[in-house]
Design a protein around this ligand. Structure first.
Ligand code: G3I
Length: 373
């Protein structure tokens, strides 16, 4: 009898040890032994990712596990854009954005609101406003209502997104046409009033390129001269493997920070597929042919190694300027979720991020983590 209970105790203890080990893996065998990105870079900058509606609602356990383990900042990929959050003149829908803010609160993850003013993914009713006064009214109501609701609950706002052309002049958007070039300063003025406790950013792609950067600096100075608050500039960072413009990026960090701004890399990805232009203008498209989707059955290791060197070079720069670089956000959790599978050609197989389609870390992940060893 005594022997039996001793055996039971021993078996129980062994089982506990086994459970404790597998507990390390979340009990489901799903977790990984890799270090946590947010731990690795915790003394340097926030490390974020863009998430979609399903991820906010924790529909995919593996995605959720990866988000919680690695990221301390989240940007909504689509659900805070006008067409979702403000679908009609008098109609707001905060269902998903409330859920996002709650997800961030309960997991201690900073949220960046993306985006208050953008010509794309604008609700149909707003796009059709021909009258200047109606556009003004929409503009004020939209910024004030959305920014005030999450004041202090989001770390910051992409107040205006992509207002510039490649040559640094202002993009011919519905806002420029109806409201004139001061609409950017006005957007920041309204956001500052509605959301005094959150930071305010201007966000764009290719604004590390000298001409567009000059236009961006001009915009920032105009806001500052008007006595309006702007806390940071976002360089989206949609770059191409083997062609990352390191020199332009370094000069941009120096020049933007010299204006007293925080510098953020807000939509980082390094794509590997052929493309005949640079940037992220969602209006631009490419035609598919037999050469445009080369890695649909797998990607050569040499390309992943080049991508790892590119990410490494970038993170070296971010670390060099960590005093000024406050955040680095990847545009998606894993390769399968990236917008680059659908743009500028639909249905391609792209590999731009740090985690593969099964949420395994790629060579690029290990190359940036190794910088801190
Ligand atoms: O909402 C519809 C849905 O009703 C429909 O069933 C589905 C079928 O295609 O499409 C859905 O809309 C898609 C939307 O994402 C939401 O998922 C659009 O087709 C698709 O074009 C749209 O793409 C987004 C893109 O912005 C459009 O502007 C990408 O997910 C998003 O990653 C991308 O993000 C932008 C940043 O906000 C700004 N900087 C550039 C960046 C990349 O384009």
């Amino acid at each position: 009898m005594k022997h039996r209970s001793v055996s039971i105790i021993l078996i129980g203890a062994f089982a506990c040890v086994l459970l404790a080990c597998s507990g390390n893996k979340g009990g489901k065998g799903t977790a990984k032994a890799e270090p946590s990105l947010k731990e690795v870079f915790k003394k340097d900058f926030l490390i974020g990712t863009a998430i979609n509606a399903g991820q906010i609602q924790e529909k995919d356990a593996k995605a959720n596990e990866t988000i919680l383990k690695h990221f301390n900042q989240l940007t909504p990929e689509n659900i805070m854009k006008c067409e979702v959050i403000h679908p009609g003149w008098d109609k707001y829908d905060f269902t998903l954005s409330d859920q996002l803010v709650e997800y961030g609160r309960k997991n201690n993850i900073a949220i960046v609101g993306h985006t208050l003013i953008w010509h794309s993914q604008l609700s149909g009713f707003a796009r059709q406003l021909k009258n200047v006064d109606s556009m003004k009214m929409f503009f004020e109501n939209h910024i004030t209502t959305v920014a005030a609701r999450y004041d202090g609950k989001v770390k910051g706002w992409d107040v205006v997104n992509e207002a510039l052309n490649e040559d640094g002049t202002m993009r011919k958007s519905v806002f420029l046409e109806r409201l004139g070039p001061d609409f950017v300063t006005e957007a920041f003025r309204l956001a500052q009033k509605a959301s005094p406790k959150s930071e305010l950013y201007y966000n764009d792609y290719n604004n590390e390129q000298p001409k567009k950067r000059a236009g961006c600096i001009e915009l920032v100075k105009k806001i500052q001269v008007a006595g309006v608050r702007i806390d940071g500039v976002g360089i989206q960072g949609h770059w191409h493997v083997g062609r990352v413009p390191f020199k332009d990026i370094e000069e941009s960090i120096q020049q933007y920070s010299a204006l007293g701004l925080k510098v953020m890399f807000t939509e980082l990805d390094i794509e590997v597929l052929p493309r005949n232009f640079q940037g992220a203008d969602v209006g631009q498209r490419m035609t598919a042919d037999s050469t445009t989707n080369p890695y649909k059955n797998g990607i050569p290791d040499s390309v992943l190694q080049q991508q790892a060197r590119d990410y490494e070079g970038l993170f070296k720069l971010f670390l060099k300027y960590k005093e000024h670089v406050t955040r680095v956000t990847l545009w998606g959790v894993n390769d399968g979720q990236s917008w680059l599978n659908g743009w500028p050609i639909r249905g391609r197989t792209n590999y731009p991020l740090l985690f593969d389609r099964a949420f395994n870390p790629k060579p690029a992940f290990y190359s940036i983590v190794a910088l801190k060893k």
